[in-house]
Design a binder for this molecule. Structure first.
Ligand code: ADP
Length: 373
């Protein structure tokens, strides 16, 4: 793969013109603190404070120009404006280490965003995402679900939603809704069997549209069902989506836990707080005789959480009712909110709700006194 240099980045940016000044952004001295590391690029675009939000198209054009450089895997471009009472704006942070402290534009009206992640597929991440979202709604929160799994979206099926979203103005989409939640997924926009052969930057721009070009309304929390794994697409998302925190779903056995550790390390790297681990398929509870069998072992995720010093948020049994309800579009909390399984998910949601509040309070307390768009 081509090695990207700062010079390559500046050359690409020299092609971007600021329409107000009719000169390119490099000649205008607007680009600051270019950082390049292993194909991940970050830089800041200096703008006058009063022009901040209006310069978003320039920011987007800069990002697109840099994405065009061969070898670039991710681009983090932020608009910065020196606030009169603020410390000088530091150079853009190194892309991998502190990208979450570089302000990422939030989604208007959305108070918090929680990622549900797993190191590998098939551990029940989407099942947990849907039931966690419903559990947060039972806490009185307004909740949306964003299906970030562009390649294999399963939220439409699990939420029991078909059809296509409408766009009253031809620009922004209305989210779909069921069980009291709003949601958006690539699955609503493409035929189920369409193979999605997209490179990382295309995935990111599709995701940006699903996040930002949708009328989400006012949400207390948006639950993001991330694709499984810790590849470049996931890392880019963890860097680019303004996440309040993440939960990691794992099954109890070693092999799944090794992948969960990787997911944990990925969030650590981009400075996203990990709210905790959830052990799914923790044990099998026979619906007939009530006997308990620990099919994949038991307690591995709790031990791993303890070892890493993160919270253990709860364990979910392997129960036919969970599979039947999630695969038929009527999640267990929606059909039987006071049942045993629903209560387990609601308890987990309660713990996550507390962590969201804590993370928002911490973020507010440490908000930089710099105007960053
Ligand atoms: P992932 O998102 O990790 O790929 P899914 O949520 O799609 O996993 O779950 C994979 C399959 O396992 C689905 O058929 C789902 O219904 C089932 N499943 C998930 N969790 C449980 C559980 N606790 N008990 C029974 N079946 C489950």
């Amino acid at each position: 793969m081509a090695t990207v240099t700062e010079q390559d980045v500046l050359e690409a940016l020299a092609e971007v013109t600021d329409p107000d000044r009719r000169l390119d952004v490099v000649s205008l001295g607007m680009i600051e603190g270019v950082q390049v590391k292993d194909g991940h690029v970050a830089f800041a675009i200096q703008v006058p404070p009063e022009e901040g939000p209006a310069k978003e198209p320039v920011r987007k054009a800069c990002e697109e120009a840099v994405y065009g450089v061969p070898g670039v895997l991710s681009v983090t471009a932020v608009l910065t404006a020196h606030h009169p009472a603020a410390q000088p704006v530091p150079a853009a942070a190194p892309p991998r280490d502190t990208s979450n402290t570089v302000a990422k534009p939030g989604i208007p009206g959305v108070k918090s965003i929680v990622a549900v992640a797993s190191g590998k597929g098939g551990v029940g991440k989407s099942t947990v995402a849907v039931n966690l979202a419903l559990g947060l709604a039972t806490e009185g929160m307004r909740v949306g679900i964003l299906d970030c799994d562009i390649y294999g979206p399963s939220i439409p099926r699990m939420m029991g939603i078909g059809g296509r979203p409408v766009s009253p103005d031809g620009k922004r989409l209305m989210p779909m809704a069921n069980h009291g939640l709003v949601c958006m997924s690539m699955g609503f926009l493409v035929e189920e069997d369409t193979p999605m052969i997209w490179r990382g930057p295309m995935v990111m721009s599709a995701l940006e549209q699903l996040m930002r070009d949708v009328e989400w309304g006012t949400l207390d929390v948006m639950v993001c069902d991330l694709p499984p794994g810790t590849g470049d697409a996931q890392l880019t998302m963890a860097q680019r989506v303004p996440l309040t925190g993440a939960v990691i779903v794992s099954t109890p056995q070693d092999v799944a836990l090794a992948d969960a550790r990787k997911a944990y390390a990925m969030f650590e790297k981009v400075d996203v707080p990990v709210f905790g681990f959830i052990e799914n398929m923790s044990y099998f509870q026979c619906p007939h005789c009530g006997d308990r069998t620990e099919i994949f072992g038991h307690g591995g995720a709790r031990r791993e959480a303890e070892r890493l010093g993160v919270d253990f948020l709860g364990e979910i049994p392997l129960v036919p009712q969970i599979r039947e309800t999630s695969d038929s579009g009527t999640p267990v909390i929606a059909v039987d909110p006071s049942g045993t399984e629903a209560t387990i998910f609601e308890d987990i949601a309660g713990r996550v709700a507390v962590r969201i509040e804590q993370a928002l309070a911490t973020a507010e307390a440490s908000a930089p006194r710099i105007v960053i768009q």
